[in-house]
Ligand binder design. Structure first.
Ligand code: GRG
Length: 298
C-alpha cells in the first residue's frame, strides 16, 4: 500500500477514535455495565471503513474533516450495533469479533442487545444534536438522517439480515444473493459516502455518483468478506472462519466458486474506479480506498 495512503488511513482512524471517545458515554457514568458494553465493542478494533468513506467524500467536496466527525461517529455506532446483534445466539451465534469475545459472551445476552440498541439510538441523537445544526443547514442534516434511517432499517441492514437468515441452507439464485449483499452491506457503505457528500453540499449529480460508487464498492467488499470467510486467516480476521459454508449461507463464492468471485470483485472495483474517476483528481483517496478494499486481508 502507498505510504501516504497508509498514513491517511492511520491518521483518520485515530481521529475517528478520538471522536468516538468524546461522543460515547463514559464507562464511569451509570448504568456502568451498559456504557462499558457499548465501549467494549466500539473500541475492540475495527477498520473504521465507513467513517473514513464519509470523511473522504466530504473532503472531496471541500468540507473540513472535523465538521464531518459527528456523522463519522454515528456511522461507526450503527455499524458496531449491527455486529453486536449479528453475533447474538439467536442470529449467527458467534464467539469472537474483532479479535475479542463477542459482547454477549462477556456481558450476557440481554446487555449485548441493549448495548446494540443504545448505539443505534445514540447515532441518531448525535446526528440531530445542536453541534451539527451549528455546522450544517438543517435540510442537509434531515436528508442524511432519513437516508441513514432507511439504510439501517427495512430498506437496508435489517432487510438484508432477514433475507440472509431466511436463505440459510437453501438453493438461492444470483439475484437473491445480490439483494442480500446490497441490503446487508452496501446500503451502509453507500450512505457513508452520500451522507458525507450531502452534508458537504453535494449536488444531486455528485450524490448519484457517490451512491453508484458505493454500491459497487459495497458489493465488492461483501464478496471479499465471503472469500475471507472461506480462505482467510482467523487470527488476522479476529473471528472464526468457514462459518458461512457450515451454516449454508447464500454467498457469491458458494454459488460460483472462489475464482469467479475474485473476477467479480475485480470488475466491480474497476466499475467503481470509473465512476469515482468522474470527480477528477480530487477523488484520489477514494480510488486508493477502492484498491485497498479489494485486497484487504482483515
Ligand atoms: C441489524 C442484526 C442486524 C444485522 C444487520 C450488518 C449486518 C446485518 C450484519 C453484520 C455482519 C456482516 C457479515 C455484515 C456485512 C458487512 C460486513 C462485511 C461487516 C464487517 O465489516 P468490517 O470488515 O468490520 O468493516 P470492522 O470490524 O473492521 O469494522
Amino acid at each position: 500500500m502507498n505510504q501516504a495512503f497508509q498514513k491517511y488511513l492511520l491518521e483518520n482512524r485515530e481521529l475517528v477514535d478520538i471522536a468516538l471517545d468524546h461522543h460515547l458515554p463514559s464507562a464511569h457514568t451509570e448504568p456502568y455495565v451498559l456504557h462499558e458494553a457499548m465501549r467494549y465493542s466500539v473500541f475492540a478494533g475495527g477498520k473504521r471503513i465507513r467513517p473514513i468513506l464519509a470523511i473522504a467524500s466530504a473532503e472531496i467536496l471541500g468540507e473540513n474533516k472535523s465538521n464531518i466527525m459527528p456523522f463519522a461517529v454515528a456511522l461507526e455506532c450503527v455499524h458496531t450495533y449491527s455486529l453486536i446483534h449479528d453475533d447474538l445466539p439467536s442470529m449467527d451465534n458467534d464467539d469472537m469479533r474483532r479479535g475479542k469475545p463477542t459482547s454477549h459472551k462477556v456481558f450476557g445476552e440481554s446487555t449485548a442487545i441493549l448495548a446494540g440498541d443504545a448505539l443505534l439510538t445514540l447515532a441518531f441523537e448525535i446526528l440531530s444534536s445542536a453541534e451539527l445544526v451549528r455546522i450544517f443547514p438543517c435540510h442537509r442534516i434531515i436528508a442524511v438522517i432519513r437516508d441513514l434511517g432507511n439504510a439501517c432499517g427495512c430498506g437496508g441492514l435489517i432487510a438484508g439480515q432477514v433475507m440472509d437468515m431466511s436463505c440459510e441452507g437453501k438453493m438461492v439464485d444470483e439475484d437473491s444473493v445480490r439483494k442480500i449483499m446490497l441490503n446487508k452491506t452496501a446500503a451502509l457503505i453507500m450512505v457513508s459516502l452520500t451522507g458525507g457528500a450531502k452534508l458537504a453540499g453535494a449536488t444531486d449529480d455528485e450524490s448519484a455518483i457517490f451512491s453508484a460508487f458505493g454500491e459497487k464498492l459495497g458489493l465488492a467488499f461483501q464478496i471479499r468478506d465471503d472469500l475471507l470467510d472461506l480462505e482467510g486467516d482467523a487470527e488476522k480476521l479476529g473471528k472464526a472462519v468457514k462459518k458461512d459454508r457450515n451454516r449454508g449461507k447464500a454467498t457469491y463464492p458458494s454459488l460460483y466458486g472462489s475464482e469467479l468471485a475474485r473476477d467479480l470483485i475485480k470488475s466491480l472495483l474497476d466499475e467503481a474506479g470509473e465512476l469515482i474517476g468522474k470527480l477528477g483528481a480530487k477523488a484520489l483517496t477514494l480510488r486508493q480506498l477502492t484498491e485497498y478494499m479489494g485486497r484487504r486481508v482483515s
